[in-house]
Design a protein around this ligand. Sequence first.
Ligand SMILES: *Cc1c(COP(=O)(O)O)cnc(C)c1O
Length: 397
Amino acid sequence: MERLAIDGGTPVRESKIFYGRQWIDDRDVEVVSKALRGDLITCGPFVEELQKKLCEVTEAKYSVAVCNGTAALHCAAIAAGIGEGDEVITTPLTFAASANCARYVGAMPVFADVNPKTYNIDPDSIERCITDKTRAVIAVDYTGQAVEHDRIREICDRHGLIFIVDAAHAIGTKYKGKPEGSLADMTCFSFHPVKTITSGEGGAITTNDPEYYRKLCLASQHGIVRNSADFVEEPEGPWVYEMQELGFNYRMTDFQAALLISQLEKLEKFSERRKEIVKRYNEAFAEIPQIIVQEEIPESDTTRHLYMIRLDLDKLTCTRRQFFDAMSAENVQCQVHYVPVYWFPYYQRLGFKKGLCPIAEKIYSGIMSIPLYPMLTDEDVEDVIKAVRKVVNHYAT
Ligand SMILES: *Cc1c(COP(=O)(O)O)cnc(C)c1O
């Protein structure tokens, strides 16, 4: 059923536009077909090549490709040695997996509040959350903007904590000129279709530490080693592989790796287009007093994954829900990233209470992600801006 636009007339756009989508071209399809015709469609040459390419792009010494970003986080938690009774500090403004990975290994997430301007995890709040049980910090490059690496590194070093970055949003982002992936102890990526580049499902962990690398390989491949030089016991014959730890099968297939190699070649182009769109949105929304624009730290050269407008609800007569529905009626399908993680029933059952991180909750109450992906035309971008203006004007006090 066609819903009428906010003014009872026609919507700004004729066809529906979503907040994110992948860009798969003929070259991607060709590369995947080639991989599918190879001898090995998993554990083959494309995964090897992908891992090399990921090291080049992120300037990390090691990378391990896995089946999705959540598996990447789980492996990082295992490699970090996080376990029962430990605490892991993270942000509530993230996808649940950033916190869930602590639960997978029997630890408890502790939610630090965020910076009111950048919406990224606040280093001062991290410091206040540290206890005797704290083992690691999982900071999230929310919307793609790099976290405050220098400050978080310093806090982690001072307290003997492992610094993990959930960079699911941030492939291509740089901090002080260094790519995300080479800065923290371990960095986790996701290549889900809404992210900047995709392999359908996919993920990776990067690190500069050989010991974390060894553990990441074990965690993602059944805890098995195949190279006899690494065996603990003398092998009985050439058929022997050794299971040294309890691991998982989190491998990526070769055809997914082939797709991601092809996508990586376009990262710079995608990144530039995302930056252009962000610039245009920032300019347009700076002129609308009812919209708060997310700020960035100068150290972050950001490949933005999400663009969110934040409504100043004191200057509007509507609720966020009404604004969201009105955008939808203009055929601009927004999304909200994210409901604070500890609001979910699972975390409520663990004893977390609403009100825990007031700044994150305040930000959540007004945000909405609008379309941002490289395939958007200039016309699409202007349509989105028009739709926002139209809805703002309708509800302006
Ligand atoms: C997408 C995402 C994940 C999970 O990645 P999957 O590949 O979907 O498992 C984790 N953290 C954040 C911040 C994400 O956006």
